[in-house]
Design a protein around this ligand. Structure first.
Ligand code: ME8
Length: 668
């Protein structure tokens, strides 16, 4: 009887378009799901979008749309991207779907009926970006997770008796497989040991959410709503027999895969909700690290994202899948760069598996009329043949063990170790020289060398299939082996390549990428960023305004120091309005500002406290460098820079306008 296997990604917020950070988790899960299907497991792979809550409501407002319109648009972008990438999810859940909403209400009722929900009043700080109640924070304090300023919430809420689960949760963490990797498990243990407070699980000051059953003034806390997707999608709370059977079959999940920033929600809140509802717990929660770009976490708010589409257009989905799983040590943070991507692509895909396939199959075509030759077991057999077979056997074993421990990088290393071994074997055995000779011994040796190479290629291809499904499916067909989906991975062993197999048509699977691939991808990404129009070549027109920061009179600008209009276009200067200004404790110079840019409110730290009293700045329009990488100053994240002239002695004077200008206007 086949085993069941249920794996989930987080459901992604619809306040941002998908980027390769989201693709990373989805690819990892897709790869695991594919491997389980090949192993014969009855596999269910779920992904979707998280569409309720204050953050989405505000993002929709800023975009001038209703939350539903907004969610529809972005959710469909995620869905289309996964389709384009060939992601093999079995369902796609949206939290605004009726099926989800009803079932979340059922879950709420169940927890309430079991005595774990009570009404109270919450006064405290809330981070809208993380949709997180920040215990112990004071008004004006930054969120410990993202550094954004928290908001004060004072409202009547429903509370969940989280404190009742402290001991039970600690018992759960005794199982080392429940939270992985170890570092995350330790973090969770120390968080829970430090004491759990009851959790507010409803909000009443906005309405974009699922109404609390029997009290629709409240909407259910977005994290309870979102986490429940893992059970609602497979039929929890449904009255249909089919859905109930699916829930019985697939729940509990085998793996919830997440990024490390949402560990607390998954490893503390989620199991507690399930325990309160009397439901079984997931078997493992696996947290990976962050993809970094230009040294900070890739995210929309930092403006340092790389779109997946760019890589798909230039190198294809397999290249991205391989790169992310091979290059990033799973569990740790990893940097993304186009240079590294192209380098890996060329060394491991074009020159690695791609080259092995084309050279081996081309020689079988040339010397054996396209039929897999019979190896010799007698005169033409050499110890080197057995070494390749042994390397392949070890790769099959190691790949499985490492992969099942989520060590994708090392698993791929073992499969590519086999490819490197065959490459060396081919060089040392020179099949092209053997092919020149007509004597029986040379022919027999040639047959053995090509059979050995082809068999090793088949094994590497089978192992790599879940990671690079398109290319391996092509190699499989080129080898004359038919549909790779029919492969039974559990039976994979050396020596199964049928003799005399007629090869299919051969074509390169990974054409080499040259340097222009990097430039093309870079350019495609730059084009996505807001562009400044070129000034018209009109002699009557004023030149581009002088720099806003004052330049000491002595500074000579030389040609080499000049920048092009494209360089200038990279700087996004916008008009913002100060909505909050306050001194930063223990700093004479710094003010903490919250600046409304029309589409969002940014926290910016500015070194202007000696020149401006904070209260004089409220309501003032300022110019802000909006696309500056964020940095931390005295524990606060500063997201942008206020532009000021710097006078002698360093006194700053804020840039301002004589005419009224709308918030958000771009300077160019
Ligand atoms: O947190 N590196 O949604 P989200 C690696 N809706 N992974 C990244 C990443 C990066 N730079 N950026 C995003 C939410 N991710 C909630 C989840 S689940 C019940 C609700 C991936 O849109 C990673 O998996 O902020 C991370 O946990 C997830 O996207 C966060 O997506």
């Amino acid at each position: 009887m086949s085993r069941k296997f249920y794996i989930t990604t987080p459901i992604y917020y619809v306040n941002a378009r998908p980027h390769i950070g989201h693709a990373y988790t989805t690819i990892a899960c897709d790869t695991i799901a594919r491997r389980h299907r090949l192993l014969g497991d009855d596999t269910f792979f779920l992904t979707g979008t998280d569409e309720h809550g204050q953050k989405i409501e505000r993002a929709a407002q800023a975009a001038g749309k209703t939350p539903q319109q907004y969610a529809d648009e972005i959710s469909s972008e995620f869905r289309k991207l996964w389709q384009r990438m060939g992601i093999s999810n079995d369902d796609y859940i949206r939290t605004t779907e009726e099926r989800h909403k009803k079932r979340v209400q059922t879950l709420f009722r169940q927890i309430r009926d079991n005595g774990y929900i009570y009404k109270g009043t919450y006064t405290g700080q809330y981070c809208v970006s993380d949709e997180l109640y920040v215990d112990g924070a004071q008004p004006g304090d930054p969120c410990p997770t993202c550094g954004r300023i928290t908001e004060t919430v004072h409202e009547e809420n429903y509370f969940f008796k989280l404190s009742a689960f402290q001991d039970k949760l600690l018992e759960l963490y005794a199982n080392p497989d429940f939270v992985r990797p170890e570092t995350r498990r330790n973090e969770v243990i120390s968080f829970v040991r430090s004491g759990l407070r009851d959790l507010s699980i409803s909000r009443s000051t906005f309405s974009w959410g699922i109404p609390v059953p029997d009290d629709p003034k409240h909407v259910i806390y977005v994290w309870l709503d979102a986490l429940a997707n893992y059970i609602t999608a497979i039929g929890y709370g449904s009255s249909h027999a089919g859905a109930q059977a699916a829930f019985q079959k697939y729940w509990p999940a085998d793996v919830h895969m997440i990024g490390k920033e949402i560990v607390r929600f998954h490893c503390v809140y989620w199991p507690a909700f399930l325990l309160a509802a009397g439901l079984p717990l997931p078997k493992a929660i696996v947290a990976h690290g962050w993809l970094l770009f230009e040294e900070s976490k890739m995210s929309k708010s930092r403006g340092n994202i790389v779109r997946t589409e760019t890589i798909l257009d230039v190198l294809g989905a397999d290249a991205l899948r391989y790169f992310l799983l091979r290059e990033v040590v799973f569990g740790q943070d990893g940097s993304f760069s186009f240079d590294a991507l192209v380098q890996r692509y060329n060394s491991d895909l074009a020159n690695g598996i791609g080259n092995l396939a084309s050279r081996t199959l081309t020689m079988i075509n040339r010397y054996f009329k396209g039929e897999v030759p019979y190896p010799s077991h007698t005169v033409a057999k050499k110890p080197a043949d057995d070494v390749v077979a042994e390397t392949a056997r070890k790769a099959i074993k190691d790949f499985g063990v490492l992969f099942d421990q989520f060590q994708f990088s090392r698993a791929l290393e073992s499969a590519w170790g086999l490819i490197a071994a065959v490459d060396r074997y081919i060089v040392e055995n020179e099949p092209w020289s053997l092919g020149e000779k007509q004597d029986d011994e040379s022919r027999a040796r040639l047959a053995t060398v090509l059979y050995t190479s082809a068999e090793a290629l088949r094994i590497a291809t089978a192992l790599a299939h879940p990671v690079i499904p398109d290319a391996t499916a092509k190699i499989w067909t080129q080898m004359g082996l038919g549909d790779i989906k029919k492969l039974v991975l559990a039976d994979l062993a050396w020596g199964q390549l049928p003799l005399g197999t007629k090869l299919g048509e051969i074509s390169p699977v990974f054409p080499r990428a040259d340097k222009s691939a990097i430039e093309r991808m870079q350019k495609m990404e730059d084009q996505q960023k807001p562009v400044v129009e070129e000034p018209k070549q009109d002699s009557q027109q004023e030149p581009t305004p002088a720099k806003l920061q004052s330049v000491p009179a002595m500074t000579q600008s030389t040609d080499s120091a000049r920048i092009t209009i494209d360089d200038f276009a990279k700087v996004e200067l916008r008009v913002g309005q100060v909505v909050v200004a306050e001194r930063v404790p223990k700093s004479d110079k710094l003010l903490r500002l919250e600046v409304d840019l029309g589409t969002e409110v940014r926290q910016v730290l500015a070194g202007i406290a000696e020149a401006y009293a904070p209260e004089t700045l409220i309501g003032r329009k300022v110019v802000i460098v909006a696309n500056l990488a964020p940095r931390k100053l005295r524990g606060y994240e500063s997201n942008g820079m206020i532009v000021a002239a710097s006078l002698e002695g360093g006194k700053p004077v804020l840039a301002s306008f004589l005419e009224d200008v709308p918030i958000g206007a771009r300077l160019k």
